[in-house]
Design a protein around this ligand. Sequence first.
Ligand SMILES: Cc1ncc(COP(=O)(O)O)c(C=O)c1O
Length: 387
Amino acid sequence: MKFAKAMSRLGTETAFEVLAKARALEAQGREIVHLEIGEPDFDTPSNIVEEAGTALHRGYTHYSPSAGIPELREAIAEYTSERRGVEVRPEQVVVTPGAKPIMFFAILALVEEGDEVLYPNPGFPIYESMINFVGARPVPLVLEEERDFRFDVSQLEDKVSPLTKMIIVNSPQNPTGGVLTREDLEAIAQVAEEHDLVVLTDEVYERILYEGEHISILSLPGMQKRTILLNGYSKTYAMTGWRLGFGVMPEEIAVHITRLMTNSNSCTATFTQWAGIEALRGPQDVVDKMVEEFKRRRDVIVPGLNAIKGIRCVEPKGAFYVFPNIEGTGMNEREFADYLMEEAGVAVLAGTSFGEHGRGFIRMSYANSVENIEKALASIEAALNEL
Ligand SMILES: Cc1ncc(COP(=O)(O)O)c(C=O)c1O
């Protein structure tokens, strides 16, 4: 079979491959602690589940408009206006099956062959994958360990060329847990204004933050007209399997993204959208409790890793990942990830799964119990002592 050339440029997410490998070992009777997958280990709050059931029984089992049911678009506009301090209209909202399609559609709609896109590296692998897929050039903004995984904004101007079309930002960040400061975001906004760039801001971890308030580039003066906010339910409400997310953008972009929805999915599952209204308008204390628990786990895993010889770990300010430097073990990140799986029974991802600047690091998700995290830390230490 001869495939389209673009397919050879499409990347992937290795988390699913590592999960499959871990499951194969489990099938042979091995015990594995899963620190590879990026999803909350909590159940979706019951009020949201009940609302989906009610919607199903009420017959919300048909197609909805491609951009989403008006009631949900309204609720998202209200939620975003409140949290970002800007006025968002429902017409600016497009509901999608998960937040990921917003990434896909925004790049398809705006980036052409030969364009350049600035993106975080290490970063969520789908950014680079999609930039390559459309034939554009990915220009990495390197996240630096010594800057708590922020990039050097003073270099931003040098990375922009007449071909630059878009800047992708992600804060709190996957895979590092890094958070950009207001000054960082202001510098990005200034460059975007000066060079007339579109900003795609991925804020799926906005609520999983351990200190301070979430700052969005959408809130900065003049940024609404050039910003696409990517957001969703997967992380905040532990709803990864529901596939519910959304984008907030200027209306002229929303029209195109909606057309891409019509051409691909038709619409997002209708009863899921009703549950999405309940998530935003219902009680929020479950989110706070989940974040508190993530913080407790972070406070176990970070000192635990730093106490192991050869490992150095920055304390993340958000999301539920740590990105420790493992160069001191004498192994590279792939060897180390394989070694941990085989010898310690701990599944993690090599930093290079998130781009070439993840060399020398691994990513561990601490969306797992304190008991399992402690077990993993002890097994890693024991496995390294055997070297
Ligand atoms: C940074 C980032 N953006 C987007 C997504 C995709 O989220 P969703 O499950 O809503 O498609 C993820 C999921 O891991 C992520 O880490």
